[in-house]
Design a binder for this molecule. Structure first.
Ligand code: SF4
Length: 167
């Protein structure tokens, strides 16, 4: 089974059209307020904890905040609006680490604006059913000959492909 990136997984959960476009390396600059705020927030948090967190890059795996001593992956998000996708992203990072020989890592999901922190762990069901299911569905969608049809979502206005989809 091919290994996909965390972006593939996020787009699987948010928009199949975006997943298909992303897989074909079609990129559009995302200047949305949410993304800018997210980057700013991420940088601010990172600077406060710069000594603890490192960036980990290993072939297709790129984790921005990894504590190699405690084996913790951290994601900081602006809003819990898409929490299911944030949790899935962290689980996919943990799974990708296991595949590369780093077992027993855990995830930390932070929403500083809401003063909320969640711990995320990989379960047996994630390993044997959920994540293989995600990967099979990603493979099916990216293998489609045509871009999946437009289905409007509440977050289309914040998507980098908005002009592409709605012009
Ligand atoms: S604008 Fe909406 S439909 Fe188009 S790629 Fe983005 S999320 Fe998907």
């Amino acid at each position: 089974m091919m290994t996909y990136t965390a972006s593939h997984l996020t787009y699987l959960l948010l928009c199949h059209r975006k997943l298909w476009l992303h897989h074909r390396q079609i990129r559009m600059e995302d200047n949305s307020v949410d993304v800018a705020a997210g980057k700013l927030l991420d940088r601010a948090t990172y600077q406060r904890r710069a000594k603890k967190w490192s960036q980990l890059v290993c072939d297709t795996l790129k984790i921005d905040h990894f504590d190699p001593l405690a084996k913790v992956v951290k994601e900081t998000k602006k809003s819990p609006k898409l929490e299911h996708a944030h949790v899935a992203q962290l689980k996919y990072y943990l799974y990708a680490l296991e595949r590369r020989g780093v077992a027993g890592a855990t995830g930390l999901l932070e929403y500083p604006a809401q003063r909320r922190t969640l711990e995320v762990a990989l379960t047996e069901a994630d390993r044997s059913v959920t994540i293989p299911g995600w990967e099979a569905e990603i493979a099916r969608i990216v293998g489609l000959d045509e871009c999946p049809p437009l289905v409007k979502k509440s977050y289309c206005g914040e998507c980098a492909f908005h002009d592409f989809c709605f012009v």
